[in-house]
Design a protein around this ligand. Structure first.
Ligand SMILES: N[C@@H]1[C@@H](O)[C@H](O)[C@@H](COP(=O)(O)O)O[C@@H]1O
Length: 252
């Protein structure tokens, strides 16, 4: 694992954008797995800047988002589709046919999940998956559980997650109780994973995920088994990690 502990959110966002841009420059038709939440917003802003200033070309990439609330209309301003359009896709030259986000309105979730997995396979698999992490160590919407759910599936959101995501909604009652999420195997099958976290409230989840036992009660802990994991976190999220505080890369 490559671990970068950086000063702050801006440094995290810039470093993450550099890695994504390198991936796209190296392979123009890269398949990129994308995350939502507050964490990657800065990274998306940096990538938009790169597109404007250096003509970073997104025209051939394909994207798969980790998750979507259920049920939610794609045009609802709380949907992850809306978030992606607003924060990223509307500002770059991506082919909109190459954007994949689970359909949060489907009446047949089983079919939707199966189709999503098939589409990922057909695309050749994810080259680089971006991940944030929940305060309860969830990745995508894979909540703490007594088993790892392998493939894209319908999830009952944890109370903790509903509470923490309620900051984006009018009230806790407005947060959908379910979501469609890539599974643990879907995420782990990506050729590269980039995990981002910032702030004190992520320190425990980061510590348990990177240093604790690999258990489904801490979904992020599975990442320890990935062959090509890069972690970029700020000093606050790194609070409990006992690593040398050099700004350089540290291998755990
Ligand atoms: N489903 C998303 C995750 O993909 C995200 O990584 C996480 C952290 O969110 P944030 O970045 O806002 O802290 O929670 C959300 O609920």
């Amino acid at each position: 694992m490559k671990l970068y502990i950086v000063d702050d959110y801006n440094a995290m966002s810039k470093k993450a954008a550099d890695i994504v841009s390198m991936q796209i420059k190296t392979k123009q038709n890269s398949v990129i797995g994308l995350a939502t939440g507050s964490t990657p917003i800065g990274m998306y802003k940096e990538l938009i800047k790169m597109h404007r200033k250096e003509k970073l070309d997104f025209s051939k990439i394909k994207t798969f988002n980790l998750d979507e609330y259920y049920k939610i209309h794609p045009q609802d301003n709380q949907s992850y589709r809306y978030y992606m359009m607003k924060n990223f896709f509307n500002h770059i030259n991506i082919d909109h046919n190459n954007i994949n986000i689970p359909n949060g309105m489907t009446n047949d979730t089983e079919r939707e999940c199966k189709l999503y997995e098939e589409k990922i396979q057909e695309s050749g698999g994810i080259d680089l998956q971006i991940l944030g992490i929940g305060t309860n160590a969830h990745i995508g919407f894979n909540e703490p559980n007594n088993k790892f759910e392998p493939y894209t599936h319908l999830v009952n959101l944890d109370k903790n997650t509903i509470k923490s995501n309620s900051r984006f909604f009018r009230s806790v009652e407005d947060v959908p109780a379910k979501a469609i999420s890539m599974g643990i195997k879907t995420i782990m099958s990506s050729r590269k994973i980039l995990l981002l976290a910032n702030g004190d409230n992520k320190a425990q989840a980061i510590f348990e995920s990177l240093k604790g036992p690999i258990v489904p009660q801490v979904p992020g802990s599975i990442l320890q088994l990935h062959k090509d994991l890069t972690v970029i976190i700020d000093k606050k999220a790194a609070r409990y990690l006992e690593v040398e505080k050099t700004a350089a890369t540290t291998s755990l």
